[in-house]
Design a protein around this ligand. Structure first.
Ligand SMILES: Nc1nc2c(ncn2[C@@H]2O[C@H](COP(=O)(O)OP(=O)(O)OP(=O)(O)O)[C@@H](O)[C@H]2O)c(=O)[nH]1
Ligand SMILES: [Mg+2]
Length: 422
């Protein structure tokens, strides 16, 4: 499916935050309760003045009680926020940033477990590169590295079992298939000489540069460049390592935060297509949705369907979420993420129009992001729907600190408005 250019772009309104903008197809008040439906005229006698006064008093009292109830619920239970979007768009990374900024203890408790994830990520990265090298018939710079290549490629089955362990990491209810963390570390340490030799080989480097179809994780270079550090006997993952570490989310998880005095219940979900059926039970009473898109996915096929473009699939998922009946009153915050990789790809000469023929602009960052931004806004059927857009680099804690505060301000304002206090 090729997306077409978005409509209604003229009403986009840029806020004073350089990395964000807010959009509404029409003016304020989009969250007010709509006017009553016309009632069929009947033969019932009209109300007297006194009756009308009494009816109004009752209606006002109900409104007051409802508002107080909403306020109390919001105070007691916190604002409910879902982070939705396809796989690998950075949902869990945003959650890790929230833990770093507002729940440090939680992340510190998980730090040791990330050691294994980092080791697994490094092994998977070198394995993907080795397969890529073989597929594209690129010769090794040092032929003696062939033995290392074979060692790495023999790891296929072991790594599959390993990844079951990493799934267990996100959901303690899933039993671990590999028993001993020490055995995992030993296996990684045995692999280190092969990983280093291959990563330094010009053949592998060339494979990395030609990139695209390798199905390589975004953090591959980061961990391969850090191989000596992560192989140290007393290695403890740093905050950046944790942000770069990749573990697929399988089960929906709930996290509590207090951000500047506002309580939040934030839900992180698994973005793979097969896991989206588990989202629906969490769709009630949602105050806001952060929808995540990886801009850098514009030239990638979907993991489970080579024929489908990842960014196009993300647009169609956004379409079904933004137009979902249960989210008519829900605020939407769109994170157009991975701006760092997106910019790098454009600068390296990869053309947006090769994948989105509807794009007619230059291949520069500003025009390309404008186009994708409009594509997303054009998905909302309700033209009064307010969508707040942020261009994000989710692994950058400095940038995310500013964005989280902006999101908090939006959620507070919208909640006050929906409870009639604004
Ligand atoms: N360079 C870069 N990497 C990012 C960015 N955001 C996320 N990543 C990396 O992308 C990978 C995937 O991120 P996750 O947060 O696990 O993705 P997810 O959306 O939770 O994926 P699922 O759990 O499968 O639904 C991780 O290795 C992150 O470190 C970004 O803005 N820039
Ligand atoms: Mg995740």
């Amino acid at each position: 499916m090729e997306p077409t250019a978005g409509q209604g772009s003229s009403s986009t309104d840029i806020s004073n935050n350089a990395s964000s903008s807010s959009h509404a197809h029409s003016s304020a008040g989009s969250h007010s309760i709509s006017a009553a439906q016309p009632v069929a005229v009947s033969s019932v006698a009209p109300l007297t003045k006194a009756e009308m006064k009494r009816a109004k008093a009752v209606s006002d009292a109900i409104d007051r009680a409802l508002r107080a109830d909403r306020e109390r619920l919001m105070k007691e239970r916190g604002a409910k926020l879902l982070i939705l979007g396809p796989s690998e768009t950075g949902k869990t990374t945003v959650l890790k940033q929230l833990k770093l900024l507002y729940g440090r203890k939680g992340l510190d408790a998980e730090r040791q477990t990330y050691r294994r994830v980092v080791h697994l990520n490094a092994m998977k990265a070198i394995q993907a590169l080795s397969y890529g090298l073989q597929r594209s018939n690129i010769p090794l710079e040092h032929p003696e590295n062939i033995a290392h290549l074979e060692t790495v490629m023999r790891l296929e089955t072991t790594l599959k079992r390993y990844s079951i362990t990493s799934l267990g990491f996100t959901n303690p209810a899933i039993p671990r298939k590999i028993t001993d963390a020490k055995a995992e570390t030993d296996m990684f340490l045995e692999m280190v000489p092969a990983i280093k030799a291959l990563w330094n080989d010009e053949g592998i480097k060339q494979t990395f540069r030609t990139g695209g179809s390798l199905n390589l994780q975004d953090s591959a270079k980061y961990f391969l460049d850090s191989i000596d550090r992560i192989a140290e006997p007393n290695y403890i993952p740093t905050d950046d390592d944790i942000l770069q570490a990749r573990v697929r989310t399988l089960a929906v998880s709930e996290h509590l935060f207090n951000i500047d005095g506002v309580n939040y219940r934030i839900f992180d979900v698994g973005g793979q297509k097969s896991l989206r059926k588990y989202w629906a039970p969490y769709f009630d009473d949602v105050n806001a949705i952060i929808f995540m898109c990886a801009l850098s996915a514009y030239d990638q096929p979907c993991e489970d369907d080579e024929r489908q473009n990842r960014l196009a699939e993300c647009l169609s998922l956004f379409n079904s979420i933004a137009n979902h009946k249960l989210f008519e009153m829900t605020s939407f915050i769109l994170f157009l993420n991975k701006i760092d990789i997106f910019q790098r790809k454009l600068e390296s000469g990869s053309l947006l129009r090769d994948h989105f023929p509807a794009y007619k602009g230059e291949n520069d960052y500003a025009s390309a992001t404008d186009f994708i931004h409009e594509e997303f806004l054009g998905q909302c059927k309700d033209t009064s729907k307010q969508v707040y857009v942020h261009f994000t680099h989710a692994t950058d804690t400095k940038q995310m600190r500013v964005i989280v505060l902006a999101v908090n301000a939006i959620v507070q304002r919208l909640n006050l408005r929906s409870s009639g206090l604004l």
